[in-house]
Design a protein. Structure first.
Length: 315
């Protein structure tokens, strides 16, 4: 035995064996059998987060969201950097319509560097024994790293959650604005009526009073239209969208020619089509790509203000 390397105990060896049995059952869609295997591993070694996240994933396949939440929370206690645990906890909370907390969980690791996310996702995939030649060859338009699809999946779920959160808040704001508008219009009408009663017989031209009242109503309507602008869907500014997909940026990178693209889509182009910039046609290699933090920050600011822009084609 090498110095500093401890031998696995009998419990740890059996737990790993049970995990591998669970992985095999999972691949065969035998989710209850996989749950039983992971439960045995947890019983033997309860402080290994992978066992909890693997079992949570099985519960997710069975739509048992209460148990998904329980296992995910336990995994997070053991490993706060577990992408899989935060992701599944976020999904479970969305099922309970706890949008704000669900969004927080889904956002947990999207602010990490892409390399960190890939490393964490790689651990999650390998824990289930899901790295296969088919997965590595899978063409999902997400670049050369086969684990990038998990990052995209998290973003998709986050976008859905943020859109639902905005939709709920927007409906409430719209209802409140309408009530306030009606109250203001009622107050203006009452004031116009009272002013007319007090000045009756003194004004040479009552039309002047009517015109003034209508102008106030128009001005009031304009104020409320402005208040509703952020919640009114429109076109997303071009500079916030990828030149290839025309979708709003998620992870923008900038090339030496000054053009920004979605990282995964551009990497896929470089891998599948050729090492050149899709627009300028200048030679281009992955090592030349630089994260465009300015655009990413602008996108975040825009989405914070215009939640409707989170809507995806599948919504």
């Amino acid at each position: 035995m090498r110095p500093g390397v401890s031998a696995l105990s009998a419990e740890e060896k059996q737990a790993e064996k049970s995990k591998l049995e669970g992985n095999e059952c999972f691949r065969k869609n035998r989710f209850q059998a996989a749950i039983d295997a992971y439960t045995e591993a947890i019983t033997l070694c309860p402080k290994v987060p992978i066992y909890w996240t693997n079992r949570a994933l099985c519960h997710r396949k069975r739509n048992d969201w209460t148990k998904v939440e329980e296992d995910s929370r336990r995994a997070i206690q053991l490993d706060h950097d577990s992408v899989k645990a935060h992701y599944m906890l976020g999904l479970a909370l969305l099922q309970k319509q706890e949008y704000s907390e669900g969004v927080k969980q889904l956002e947990k690791h999207l602010d990490l560097s892409v390399e960190e996310v890939f490393e964490l996702c790689d651990r999650a995939i390998r824990s289930l024994g899901l790295v296969t030649p088919q997965l590595q060859a899978l063409d999902l338009g997400r670049g050369a790293n086969p684990n990038a699809y998990i990052v995209d999946e998290i973003w998709e779920e986050l976008a859905k959650a943020k859109y639902l959160e905005w939709e709920e808040a927007s409906t409430q704001r719209s209802w409140e604005l309408q009530r306030l508008k009606e109250a203001c219009e009622g107050a203006l009408r009452e004031k116009h009526f009272l002013d007319g009663s007090e000045t009756e017989g003194f004004l040479d031209d009552p039309i002047v009073s009517v015109v003034s009242h209508l102008k106030k109503l128009d001005l009031l309507g304009e104020v409320f239209r402005k208040a509703a602008e952020d919640d009114t869907p429109s076109e997303v500014p071009d500079y916030l969208c990828c030149k290839i997909t025309l979708d709003i940026f998620r992870d923008p990178v900038i090339t030496p020619s000054g053009v920004s693209y979605e990282r995964a889509v551009l990497l896929n182009h470089l891998e599948k089509v050729g090492n050149f910039d899709p627009i300028t046609r200048e030679p281009l290699y992955p090592s030349q790509l630089v994260p465009n933090f300015a655009i990413k920050e602008a996108v975040h600011s825009y989405l914070d203000k215009h939640g409707w822009a989170y809507r995806t084609e599948s919504d």
